[in-house]
Ligand binder design. Structure first.
Ligand code: ZN
Ligand code: ZN
Ligand code: ZN
Length: 204
């Protein structure tokens, strides 16, 4: 626990005049003009911040924030009449999900009408996550330099196609097997052309 809690100016209303404050309430800070320093909103498991620091949403904790669970009369592993409050960041949640014997259920959802859409198996979500990490760690770029398909993580095949987005060159490239998705599900803003290696990039 922090001995002292630090606060920063509320990013949503810091420009407001006092006149505006008479009739409007900022729902983020309740017109206190201050919000908790996001670097101090911590995950109980790893001790890291719950907030995506450096983004426009950095004051909003992500993950399971201040979750509460209470024991009941027949509880054994928790105690009756005791409330447990804790936070788990997204990284810790993913690690926890991966330990589940029965994986979590996944649904796409619509924030506007709360309807539940398509379901996706957990393993696919985890695969997408591993691809994201691979890209951010430089795997995507390195595969491109090696003239390998980078449509999926560690595809052993040579790249035969370069993906153009709105006619712009990109390092996204794919093999014949992984070009399939561009034929069907993708919007026409994507186009495949014969693979353009980095050595030819200068001549574009
Ligand atoms: Zn505010
Ligand atoms: Zn954590
Ligand atoms: Zn491939």
């Amino acid at each position: 626990m922090n001995e002292k809690e630090n606060y920063i100016a509320c990013p949503y209303c810091k420009e407001w005049t006092d006149i505006r404050r008479v009739t409007n309430i900022c729902h983020t800070c309740n017109n206190s003009k201050l919000v908790r320093d996001p670097r101090e909103v911590l995950c109980n498991n790893c001790g890291g911040t719950m907030c995506p620091i450096g983004t426009m949403n950095e004051i909003h904790p992500h993950g399971l924030h201040k979750a509460k669970v209470t024991g009941g009369f027949n509880s054994y592993h928790l105690f009756d009449m005791t409330r447990y409050t804790f936070s788990l960041c997204e990284k810790c949640l993913r690690e926890l999900f991966n330990k589940f014997i029965i994986p979590p259920e996944l649904n796409e959802f619509d924030v506007f009408d709360d309807s539940v859409g398509q379901t996706e198996p957990w393993y696919q979500d985890q695969k997408n996550y591993e691809y994201r990490i691979w890209c951010d760690d430089g795997g995507h770029h390195q595969a491109y330099l090696n003239k390998k398909c980078n449509e999926v993580k560690d595809c052993p095949n040579d790249a035969t196609w370069t993906v153009l987005l709105n006619s712009d060159y990109s390092e996204n490239c794919c093999c014949d097997i992984h070009k399939e998705k561009y034929n069907t599900a993708y919007p026409s803003s994507y186009k495949l052309v014969k693979f353009i290696p980095h050595t030819l990039k200068a001549f574009l």
